[in-house]
Ligand binder design. Structure first.
Ligand SMILES: [Zn+2]
Length: 419
């Protein structure tokens, strides 16, 4: 079974100018109704742009397997649903398109409802997995990982429960969750019951499992997650530490991925962090809480995947396994040898193995070389600043490097990335 840490995150070019109170994210409201008996669902989806965004058209891609029942926008001058090929999925999607008056003085908003059935690989006898890899949500083309503020209300039959990345509220069969995360990463696990282990002190860390029984390895998973988060919080996460985190285990046996919203979904039902590879996956996915602002559509995905990989290796070394660190780094050095430059790398044209060599492996090797050049204290400062500022471009990262380590290191790094 291939276990590729998969986390694809996005470009936020429209606000890469800065963070803080001045930028505004779109708002999404999702009302999800789930019928476990038929594996089906219905969803009402409302997308709102901030009032400062004067876009004249909003397009949202949706899985073509779902049927759209109703589309409304009181401010629209035209609305339609078309089919469009989406190269990133190598598939056709249906696209909701709503056009607004160019000089509309109100926030643009649209709502539509759709219904469908969850694929077999997204459910078991116990659980239905609505997650970042379920392709159940609409997203703007090329912006599947744009940051949005969301509310999620899930209605389920009385015998069922719901869990998400954030703690929710439950009343009369309705489960409500709120958070900030990527557009496609809003998560709802639906099952008759959940098992849970929670940290006794420090950040509130939960391991939530859809199918019984809880095993010793689930408790080990909790303790390793505590250990990893404690290490990150005093190193790369020092300026933006994790205060709560959920490890979601749906048991659907497909892949593993991290979420911006302080959570990771690990679908393997035999996931066991006493194995080094699986411990590294956990460390990689947790670190995506910080490493998720590059684009999945261009070279800046190295800001996600190389950084998450390097973070996991740093954890390995910090946990006392220096030999493991050297072995893992040597694998990446070997893989990166002769690979094309990161700067200007065109992932759309590259076969997947080459993409892995450049974005994951070569990127990791470049970060290790930077670490060797500037030393641990400055490397830690660089990573912490990059994380806290949610850097989304290579130029932005080079600027952080220059601020912490000076222009000569920035120039050196720029050359490494072009090499
Ligand atoms: Zn990843």
């Amino acid at each position: 079974m291939t276990r590729l840490p998969a986390r694809f995150l996005a470009l936020l070019w429209f606000f890469c100018g800065g963070w803080g109170s001045s930028f505004a994210t779109p708002t999404v409201q999702v009302r999800l109704q789930v019928a476990p008996a038929t594996h089906s669902f219905a969803c009402e989806y409302t997308f709102s742009l901030p009032a400062t965004d004067t876009a004249s058209v909003v397009r949202l891609n949706l899985n073509r397997q779902f049927s759209i029942q109703h589309l409304t926008s009181s401010q629209a001058i035209r609305q339609r649903v078309v089919r469009r090929y989406y190269p990133y999925f190598a598939d056709t999607m249906q696209q909701v398109e709503v056009r607004f008056l160019a000089h509309l003085r109100r926030a643009r908003q649209l709502t539509f409802t759709y219904s469908g059935t969850l694929d077999k690989n997204l459910r078991t006898a116990q659980v239905m997995e609505f997650s970042g890899h379920s392709n159940w949500l609409p997203f703007r083309p090329l912006l599947e990982y744009e940051v949005i503020a969301y509310s999620l209300v899930v209605s389920v039959p009385p015998a069922y429960q719901v869990r998400s990345a954030t703690p929710g509220q439950h009343e009369h069969g309705q489960w409500t969750f709120r958070g900030t995360g990527s557009a496609v990463e809003i998560t709802a696990l639906v099952a008759p019951q959940f098992q849970q282990v929670a940290s006794a002190k420090g950040p509130r860390i939960l391991v939530i499992k859809a199918a019984p029984p809880l095993l010793a390895r689930d408790t080990l998973l909790l303790h390793k997650a505590e250990d990893i988060i404690a290490f990150y919080n005093r190193s790369l996460g020092a300026q933006d530490p994790i205060t709560r985190f959920s490890v979601l285990l749906p048991g659907t046996n497909r892949d593993a991925f991290g979420l911006l919203d302080n959570a990771t979904v690990i679908t393997y039902s035999d996931f066991d962090v006493s194995k080094k590879d699986e411990l590294l996956i956990l460390a990689h996915e947790i670190s995506h809480k910080w490493w998720g602002y590059g684009s999945v559509h261009d070279e800046t995905e190295w800001l996600n995947e190389a950084f998450a990989t390097y973070a996991s290796l740093l954890y390995l070394r910090a946990s006392g396994d220096s030999a493991g660190y050297r072995t893992e780094l040597a694998k990446r050095v070997k893989s990166a040898a002769g690979a094309p430059a990161i700067s200007g790398f065109d992932r759309e044209q590259a076969p997947y193995p080459l993409f892995r060599r450049v974005i994951y492996d070569k990127g990791t090797v470049v970060l290790a070389a930077l670490h060797a050049r500037v030393g641990t204290e400055k490397m830690c400062a660089i990573l912490a600043k990059t994380a806290a500022e949610k850097v989304s471009t290579t130029a932005g990262f080079l600027a952080v490097v220059a601020q912490v380590s000076g222009p000569a290191t920035r120039q050196w790094l720029g050359a490494e990335l072009r090499h």
